[in-house]
Ligand binder design. Structure first.
Ligand code: HEM
Ligand SMILES: *[C@@H]1O[C@H](CO)[C@@H](O)[C@H](O)[C@H]1NC(C)=O
Ligand SMILES: *[C@@H]1O[C@H](CO)[C@@H](O)[C@H](O)[C@H]1NC(C)=O
Ligand SMILES: *[C@@H]1O[C@H](CO)[C@@H](O)[C@H](O)[C@H]1NC(C)=O
Ligand SMILES: *[C@@H]1O[C@H](CO)[C@@H](O)[C@H](O)[C@H]1NC(C)=O
Length: 328
């Protein structure tokens, strides 16, 4: 118990430190902890309930929510642009970009949270904040409460969403280390953030196409894993026949540091995962995350907060959407 308290204290302190620093993208406004304390006192509680409801039935939705936070932030900043549906005026939003469609999931959880929030306090809580809180809460539940961090809020929702920007900014699974580092650097994130956030691949699933068509399994993949995957996937997956497999073959629904052990054991699906072992600096970080208990969870919380600050919009270039699927 004392140890849990210490961990929580550390996470809180580190979260605060991450926010005291300026957000990535120099003109970003400051966000605040407890942002909805007065305007919508139950906001964080309502979002957590929606995520609890969903992940207790299907933990995979929690994985989807954590991935959604990443895919939102890397394309036009953390502004809920990933949630916008196609319209006649904008038939190709981010949601339909190849990295998002059809694999991204968790949209219904965000909508459930938004519906409950609009009842409690109409027009107050942004969809951009919901996405980041939902990812935070998914991490909380899937880690068995070990990843537990405070998140500053006050993000505004964007009005622009373009499918091909997903290909420009979201790194594909065939990227090498240099390319991965550069795509994170473009969003103000460091090599350490890359290594730490890649640990998200300790939960959730992948479609067969992601490691047979879009990319191939890393060269020295454990032959036993390769055989298992061959049994689970068609030789040539296509849109109508593209099954999914778990990303972490050891603890599939647990947000833990098993990912790093899998990287060391060549039991990962993507070249981008295996790429973390192609430099001495990143290999050392992989080993540290694999062997030091509690270390990754602490760093993950800090990196998620940092990611949530990318290119934040303000009242000047954003809005508080009434429905997360459409601009006001
Ligand atoms: C470093 C570069 C990254 C690459 C190349 C990458 C690539 C991928 C790919 C190809 C999938 C499988 C999608 C599918 O076929 O269904 C996936 C799943 C996933 N990714 Fe990443 N990813 C990266 C970083 C991240 C980051 C930074 C996060 C979160 C902070 C993240 C969270 C997830 C999660 C949770 C899933 C499972 C989603 C689900 O089960 O629905 N990834 N990623
Ligand atoms: C969560 O589930 C409970 C029980 O079914 C329900 O009353 C509540 O409205 C749900 N909360 C949200 C935010 O979806
Ligand atoms: C991306 O999409 C926009 C709007 O649909 C279009 O104007 C632009 O030419 C596209 N860019 C590329 C590189 O395909
Ligand atoms: C990574 O990929 C880029 C682009 O294909 C290539 O120029 C570079 O040499 C590669 N780097 C390494 C270390 O393989
Ligand atoms: C997809 O693959 C299956 C067999 O794996 C095949 O029966 C089906 O016709 C293919 N569909 C398309 C759209 O190519």
């Amino acid at each position: 118990m004392a140890r849990l308290g210490l961990v929580i204290l550390l996470v809180a302190l580190l979260g605060a430190a991450a926010v005291a620093a300026q957000a990535p993208g120099s003109s970003s406004p400051r966000l605040r902890f407890g942002f909805y304390k007065r305007s919508c006192p139950n906001a964080e509680y309502i979002i957590r309930e929606a995520v609890r409801n969903a992940t207790s039935v299907n933990p995979g939705l929690g994985a989807g929510l954590i991935r959604m936070a990443f895919h939102d932030c890397f394309v036009r900043g953390c502004d809920a642009s990933v949630l916008l549906d196609p319209t006649t005026a904008n038939p190709r939003p981010e949601k339909l970009g190849p990295p998002n469609f059809p694999s991204l999931r968790g949209f219904d959880v965000v909508d459930a949270a938004k519906a409950a929030l609009e009842k409690a306090c109409p027009g107050v809580v942004s969809c951009a904040d919901i996405v980041q809180f939902a990812a935070r809460d998914a991490a909380f539940f899937l880690s068995g409460y070990r990843v537990n961090y405070k998140l500053p809020a006050g993000r505004f929702d964007g009005r622009v969403s373009i499918d091909n920007e997903t290909l420009t900014f979201l790194p594909p699974p065939f990227f090498n280390l240099t390319q991965l580092v550069n795509s994170f650097k473009a969003k103000g994130l460091s090599v350490d953030d890359l290594v730490v956030l890649s640990g998200s691949h300790t939960i959730g699933r992948s479609h067969c196409s992601s490691f047979t068509t879009i990319a191939t399994l890393p060269p020295n993949t454990d032959p036993r894993l390769a055989t298992i995957l061959k049994g689970q996937c068609p030789a040539n997956p296509n849109i109508t026949n593209d099954p999914t497999v778990v990303q972490d073959v050891v603890t599939s629904d647990k947000l833990d540091n098993q990912y790093y052990k899998n990287v060391l054991n060549h039991k990962v699906l993507f070249p981008s995962d295996a790429a973390l072992m192609t430099s001495r600096v990143t290999t050392r970080k992989v080993v540290e995350n694999a062997v030091i208990r509690g270390s990754w969870e602490r760093k993950f919380a800090r990196a998620m907060v940092k990611m949530s600050l990318i290119e934040i919009k303000t009242a000047a270039n954003g809005e508080i959407r009434k429905s997360c699927q459409v601009v006001n």
